[in-house]
Design a protein around this ligand. Structure first.
Ligand code: ACO
Length: 427
């Protein structure tokens, strides 16, 4: 009979050690090496955690080879095409879809919690003009923790949910305030008559009094198609299992710090170009390339090992196939091209990059496919969202994922402080 174990042999001593293989409900099996150091006196070495599972989770599943993504077992395609972002939030937090009544109540609660304490509003004045909204956002979320210190100790389900609903609801307000401060224009308060996504677009675009730009035909208005496009982008960003920023959130959670401080650290981690900051870099790169005839020269640079130029929006640690979120957004781009007036020149450059990269040996042999960030920029630009707000948009969508992972970590009785070891090579 086969045993569900794995035997390791130390060839220096001939000693053997047997470890249990843990079977997940989906995905690769996991070798349980928790006693490895105690057994052998050695550490394992895995910089960047390419082969290390750091937790047990029931939230999100990714099969990178197949290009599959599921939240609570539901395929991302179903969520993006048939459900709203708020339904997705409810699903992530409660492991099931809401009833009609529950969704109504959840929506109302999110609308009413969107306001910021007046004291917090003044914090934005402390930042210089042109402050990057990601920096302001991270600082303001840390500051938010000072208003809700009681969230540091929670035991009841209602307390966890109240804390989660509060941060999901306030994040768009903080992001919009960070943006408006960076331009020196007055803040627009949330409007309880508006749903989550429309409210955010209004706080970004409106003039004082809540009115939109006035033109010869009267006030412009936010189109339903714009709300749908942004809502889908939020859904696609809602969670992504143990990515870099979520790992930071769990790491901060492991020390017992306030949940909003953990989220603030996640925001800082997301900002980098190798992670969420890539969406801002993709559009900057497309604009820099400037025309379709220059694409080939840039592809050559991306392939040159002596040039640190990388194609932004290509490659992923987990996906070795098309990122399913990228596929959905590519479809949405095509569908909304006319309605949203997408920039056809930027789209043509992007299409050319995609076409060459998907057939070039360099990219094919390394399984480098476009990721979600390759497609968000063109849609966000059409929604009048400036580049500096692309990563804050990612933050708004991902907040629910971070906080759901934070709660899972807290409820896991086997969780420990995150404290890796090292291979010391110094004096
Ligand atoms: N352009 C050109 N070459 C690339 C790219 C790229 N975008 N991405 C990876 N490669 C090459 C590397 O040079 C390396 O080549 P080598 O084997 O000849 O040395 C090989 O592909 C493997 O790349 P790694 O950096 O080792 O892969 P890793 O899994 O560590 O990194 C990452 C993944 C950070 C996403 C990387 O692909 C990258 O920098 N991409 C561009 C930035 C980006 O789009 N980030 C967004 C990721 S999605 C997200 O966070 C939402």
């Amino acid at each position: 009979m086969t045993k569900n174990t794995f035997t390791l042999t130390n060839n220096q001593t001939g000693d053997t050690y047997e470890y249990n293989i843990l079977e997940g409900t989906r995905g690769p099996s996991v070798l349980d090496i928790r006693t490895f150091f105690a057994d052998t006196g050695m550490f394992t070495y895995d910089p960047g955690f390419t082969a290390t599972a750091a937790c047990e989770s029931t939230i999100t599943f990714i099969d990178g080879k197949k290009g599959e993504l599921r939240y609570r077992g539901i395929a991302i395609e179903d969520l993006a095409n048939k459900h709203t972002y708020l339904e997705t939030c409810f699903l992530l937090l409660n492991s099931r879809f809401p009833s009609e009544k529950e969704l109504y109540e959840f929506d109302l609660e999110i609308r009413h919690r969107a306001f910021l304490h007046e004291g917090l509003r003044h914090l934005f004045n402390a930042f210089p003009d042109n402050a990057h909204p990601m920096a302001t956002l991270s600082a303001a979320v840390t500051a938010l923790s000072t208003f809700y210190n009681d969230h540091i100790e929670m035991n009841k389900e209602e307390e966890y949910l109240e804390m989660a609903h509060r941060i999901i609801s306030k994040m768009p307000t903080i992001a919009a305030f960070a943006y408006r401060h960076s331009l020196g224009i007055p803040f627009i308060q949330p409007d309880i008559d508006l749903g989550f996504t429309k409210n955010f677009l209004t706080m970004m675009r409106a003039y004082p009094g809540g009115k939109m730009h006035l033109c010869t035909n009267g006030h412009e208005h936010i189109k339903d198609v714009e709300v749908r496009a942004l809502d889908t982008i939020f859904t696609l960003h809602s969670d992504h299992e143990q990515n870099a920023s979520t790992t930071v959130v769990r790491g901060v959670a492991s020390t017992g710090a306030h949940p909003y401080v953990a989220i603030s650290s996640g925001i800082a981690a997301l900002w980098g170009r190798a992670h969420g900051g890539a969406n801002e870099s993709v559009i900057a790169q497309l604009e820099y390339i400037g025309s379709v005839d220059k694409v080939e020269a840039f592809i050559e640079r991306a392939k040159d090992p002596d040039d640190d130029f990388r194609l932004m929006g290509f490659g992923h640690r987990v996906y070795k196939n098309f990122d399913p979120r990228a596929k959905i957004l590519k479809g949405l781009q095509d569908e909304l091209r006319e309605e949203l007036g997408l920039d056809t020149e930027l789209m043509a450059i992007a299409r050319k990059i995609e076409e060459i990269a998907l057939s070039d040996e360099y990219f094919v042999s390394r399984n480098l496919y476009p990721n979600i960030d390759f497609y968000t920029g063109i849609i966000l630009t059409a929604l009048q969202i400036p580049k500096s707000m692309f990563t804050p948009i990612f933050v708004i969508g991902r907040t629910v994922g971070w906080i759901t992972q934070w709660i899972e970590f807290k409820k896991d009785e086997t969780s420990k402080i995150a404290r890796p070891r090292q291979l010391y090579m110094g004096e």
